[in-house]
Design a protein around this ligand. Structure first.
Ligand SMILES: Cc1cc2nc3c(=O)[nH]c(=O)nc-3n(C[C@H](O)[C@H](O)[C@H](O)COP(=O)(O)OP(=O)(O)OC[C@H]3O[C@@H](n4cnc5c(N)ncnc54)[C@H](O)[C@@H]3O)c2cc1C
Length: 297
């Protein structure tokens, strides 16, 4: 059958888009590879009514609720390619199955690339984290390191003293001028310009970091912003424009979550420079409504 909308990606954004379309009684298909970005964290925080819930539990409940709507189909799998134009899109799954729809919603999230440093990957989402609002409270009052990975990392270093005593490791990517040094000092941030070369301790815990000159700085949590990129290249395949955000490229949007290609909507981390579950969910709602109304007006 041909669907009104195919939603690629069944995370916060995709499932929120699906819910609006399901409630509008439209035949839709959700294709999801089951690799949400926050799968490395034991708990998700800051989402109203879900604070502290396990990411997988939130998605299980979302799937249970969506499954009650008879016009929604689900496929567990990866969309390998997408082609077409308004009213005639074709999505080919990795198993070769081809599905068609009048509109697409791309909600595929992003892939994270951590700094290349021994000890970060195995602690990712636990003691190596990126978002103070998501996980800062859980490491409150502990010794916190901010590991610079892009020139704006000082922004995070200036925030983190609200959560705990902070050391800013500039890693050669942040230029310290007199103004920035004064701001960091005013916030009580210790600055370390010798690069970190290794994370120490029994993973997933951290006991400290080793610096290039052999010194060890005791720490219990590290904040670092990974580089990000859309988790799939479907947007590029369809000709959607991308634009640069602080941590990497994301899908460019016109109004109402529509991409630069008519009929292709996008939402969530893959289409935003700001990455947060609530924001992804809200954008998914807008994409679902946008796609629905475009079928009418
Ligand atoms: C470690 C970690 C912890 C986090 N903790 C929090 C937190 O506590 N609170 C908070 O607000 N935010 C948190 N975030 C951010 C949050 O995870 C994201 O903002 C949110 O998941 C974005 O939702 P999304 O739907 O855009 O993408 P995702 O949740 O990543 O979902 C995208 C889905 O699309 C699927 N997909 C990708 N490509 C394809 C394809 N080609 N075909 C089919 N399916 C595909 C993926 O497998 C995935 O299931 C955290 C992020 C990380 C990395």
């Amino acid at each position: 059958m041909s669907y009104d909308v195919i939603i690629v990606g069944g995370g916060f954004a995709g499932m929120s888009a699906a819910l609006q379309l399901a409630r509008a009684r439209r035949p839709i298909l959700v294709v999801d590879a089951g690799q949400p970005r926050n799968r490395f964290a034991a708990a998700s925080h800051g989402f109203l009514g879900q604070d502290g819930a396990a990411p997988a539990a939130i998605m299980r409940e979302a799937l249970r609720q969506l499954s009650a709507y008879s016009t929604v189909d689900f496929v567990h799998g990866r969309a390998a390619s997408a082609t077409g134009e308004l009213d005639r899109f074709e999505v080919t799954l990795e198993d070769g199955d081809v599905q068609t729809a009048r509109r697409l919603v791309l909600a595929t999230g992003v892939a994270d690339t951590l700094p290349a440093l021994p000890g970060l990957t195995e602690r990712w989402g636990q003691s190596v984290i990126h978002c103070p609002y998501c996980h800062g409270y859980e490491v409150r009052d502990r010794r916190i390191g901010v590991l610079a990975n892009h020139p704006m990392a000082s922004h995070q270093a200036l925030m983190l003293p609200d959560w705990g005593p902070t050391t800013f490791f500039t890693q050669g990517v942040v230029a310290l001028d007199a103004e920035l040094s004064a701001k960091l000092a005013a916030r009580g941030v210790a600055v370390e310009t010798t690069p970190v070369i290794e994370v120490l301790g029994e993973a997933p815990a951290i006991s400290g970091v080793r610096l290039a000159d052999g010194r060890i700085t005791p720490l219990e949590a590290i904040f670092t912003a990974p580089k990000t990129a859309p988790a799939s290249d479907l947007a590029q395949q369809l000709g959607c424009a991308l634009e640069d955000g602080m941590t990497g490229p994301h899908v460019k949007l016109e109004s109402g979550q529509q991409t630069t290609v008519p009929g292709v909507y996008s939402a969530g981390d893959t289409a935003s420079p700001m990455h947060n579950a609530t924001l992804a969910s809200a954008a998914g709602v807008m994409a679902g409504i946008g796609a629905h109304q475009s079928l009418i007006f």
